[in-house]
Every structure is written in C-alpha cells, then in structure tokens.
Unconditional design. Sequence first.
Length: 98
Amino acid sequence: MIVEHQPAGVCRIRITIEPVFSREEFLPQILGALQEDERTLLLDLQLVAVLHTPALANLVSLHVALAKRGIELVLTGLNDANRRILAITKLDRLFSIR
C-alpha cells in the first residue's frame, strides 16, 4: 500500500496488492498509517479487481473503527464490478464513494 499524507487532514492510501486487502492485518496497517490530525481517509481501490467477502468485511470494520475516531472513510477508484458489488450488498449506502 502507498500512503500519502495530504493537506487539510486528508490521508490517501492506495491498495497496491489485492490479497493484502483481504488479510486480517489490513485494519491495523491502515489505522497505523493515519496521523492524529487526519479526519478523512481516501482509500484508493483502483487496483482491486474484485471486492471479495473478506475485503468487504474489512471495509465495514475499517468504517466502524474510523467512525469511532471521527474520521470519514471515502472509497475512490472503484471499477464498475466493485460498484455493483457494493450496490448489491447495499454497502454503497454505508460508504462515501468518489
């Protein structure tokens, strides 16, 4: 994953290796990458071909953990297939998507 700390409290994380996204260490890696003053996490999923069940579970867990810290999760770079998966599972209502 590539972490980029941007101005105005924004952190952009690009998932570069799809299997990492489905592993249980995903959540601690993401949370550990954030700085204290960051209030928005842009999670770039452009290189993720398919959001499988473990990845969806990790996204929900990440959303909950970030919400407790007052941090907004924004998903970016979704392909059409992943947009459909989020719509079918109704998770598109949970996440902010750009």
